[in-house]
Design a protein around this ligand. Structure first.
Ligand code: PMP
Length: 391
């Protein structure tokens, strides 16, 4: 195989070549310590400097307001399904207690637009019996598969069945900004009652475009698509949502945001190497013109691919035009045999990890920040061909 693969993997995914080279250069001696970053104590000065610089760069890139805290968590984005639920139910329980409304029902709203928001809603539902003191209900304000038969659309906001926060105790509204499996992406931030914390999972479109953090209670995502290797999940949380561990549901210490915040993400040993790699990726991102710059490149890449799909007789997109992902371009060929042939031919042409998620099949080209525009152009005759003869 060639030493450089055209990597369309959905995650763990491509890391910018420049970042890998920098990590390679510093592998045995990071910042003049004579040690690998993996050998440094997380409480050492050099690692502290890496952590601080990473937070500073993330704050700058995302324009994170000063009333938010950046947390480096573990257990993947999947763990955040539980953490979000526990922490925000705790916040609501505290609020209800202070208002003398103990025991009232708490509602959590989910916009289910694909596999990941569906899993998050299921996890919340599963954890309901662990909450003592208030009944909790999960409301799927949007439930695309149920209403549409399959994922691939985001219904207009007028059809969402959000819980009325004036009449009910809504702990949060949750959605997944980019559904990695189904290739569905929100093109704007959902408008909700301003008193309710909005939570978004940006695992697969993190830092791919500018984001107005001030609209959110929590923005979180795993690193292994746009930010670096697997092993760290970044949570940006508004400070007023942090409550003491002894408030609200009994929850594992490692899921508690305030514990993480009070200890600067170092209550226990953080994933130091992953954080270091995120830091290098952020530096690279700044060199690409920050989020405005990368958004332009991402738009060019995705427009190119969708144009080919729409102009073609053999490719079809299962996703409505107004919610197509800029990161995970999902498409089908006319038959499963052709899809197999396409994927086999792609491998032969050095194009890898294009197979759609096992739950949906088809083809998925993940074109994250790190995928250079040339990597779409090089295989152009093959990838973009509409002719059956080409594969
Ligand atoms: N959310 C989204 C949008 C994802 O794409 C993924 C992983 N593909 C997850 C959550 C789960 O992440 P992890 O495997 O790190 O738990």
């Amino acid at each position: 195989m060639s030493t450089y693969a055209l990597n369309f993997g959905a995650g763990p995914a491509k890391i910018p070549q420049a970042v890998l080279l920098k990590a390679q250069k510093e592998f045995l001696n990071v910042h003049g310590t004579g040690m690998s970053v993996m050998e440094l104590s997380h409480r050492s000065k050099p690692f502290g400097a890496i952590l601080e610089k990473t937070k500073k760069d993330l704050t700058e890139l995302m324009k994170i307001p000063s009333n938010y805290t950046i947390l480096f968590m573990q257990g993947g984005a999947t763990t955040e399904f539980a953490s979000v639920f526990y922490n925000l139910v705790a916040t609501k329980q505290q609020e209800l207690k202070q208002a003398g409304k103990e025991g009232e029902e708490i509602v959590v709203d989910y916009l289910v637009t694909g596999a990941w928001s569906s899993k998050a809603a299921q996890e919340a539902e599963r954890l309901i019996p662990t909450v003592i003191g208030n009944p909790v209900r999960v409301n799927r304000a949007v439930n695309v598969k149920q209403s549409n038969g399959k994922f691939g659309v985001i219904p207009p906001a007028s059809e969402w069945k959000l819980t009325d926060a004036k009449k009910h105790n809504v702990a949060y509204v949750y959605y997944c900004d980019n559904e990695t499996v189904h290739g569905v992406e929100f093109q704007s931030i959902p408008q909700i009652d301003a008193s309710v914390p909005l939570v978004t999972d940006v695992s697969s479109n993190f830092l791919s475009r500018p984001i107005d953090v001030s609209k959110f209670g929590i923005v979180y995502g795993g690193a292994q698509k746009n930010l670096g290797p697997a092993g760290v999940t970044i949570v940006v949380v508004r400070n007023d949502l942090l409550v003491d561990l002894n408030v609200g549901p009994i929850r594992p210490l490692m899921l508690d945001f305030k514990t993480a915040a009070d200890n600067d993400s170092m209550y226990n040993t953080p994933p130091t190497f992953a954080i270091y790699m995120v830091g290098l990726t952020l530096e690279w991102l700044k060199e690409q013109g920050g989020l405005d710059g990368i958004q332009k490149a991402n738009n060019r890449k995705s427009e190119k691919l969708y144009k080919v799909i729409d102009d073609s007789k053999i490719y079809t997109s299962p996703v409505a035009k107004d919610c197509r992902s800029h990161m995970n371009v999902v498409f089908n060929l006319t038959t499963e045999e052709l899809e197999k042939e396409f994927l086999k031919g792609a491998e032969e042409k050095n194009m890898h990890q294009l197979k759609g998620h096992r739950s949906v099949g088809g083809v998925r080209a993940s074109i994250y920040n790190a995928l250079p525009e040339e990597d779409l152009t090089t295989p152009f005759p093959y990838f973009f061909s509409c002719k059956r003869d080409d594969f």
